[in-house]
Design a protein around this ligand. Structure first.
Ligand SMILES: [Zn+2]
Ligand SMILES: [Zn+2]
Length: 76
């Protein structure tokens, strides 16, 4: 019983550390769909991407990672 809880905890800690590490590295990489849309001068229309972009993040669901790269962070 105790063992299973410990391994579960270890897994959780590992996942958390991994996520924190990934976030720390913060490589900005938009999803493929967003890259394709950006090439056309558009914003990606995927609901998940729009939601992520609103938070200033790239959509992780579509293979993106890190913060949104804003060349002109003018409007706030
Ligand atoms: Zn997208
Ligand atoms: Zn998306």
């Amino acid at each position: 019983m105790k063992k299973s809880i410990q391994s579960l905890l270890a897994l959780a800690v590992l996942a958390f550390a991994g996520a924190a590490f990934a976030a720390d590295k913060a490589e900005s990489k938009p999803g493929k769909c967003c890259v394709a849309a950006a090439k056309d001068g558009k914003a990606c229309a995927h609901a998940c991407c729009v939601a992520a972009n609103k938070e200033g993040n790239n959509c992780t669901k579509c293979g993106g990672a890190g913060k949104l790269e804003t060349k002109a962070a003018a409007k706030k």
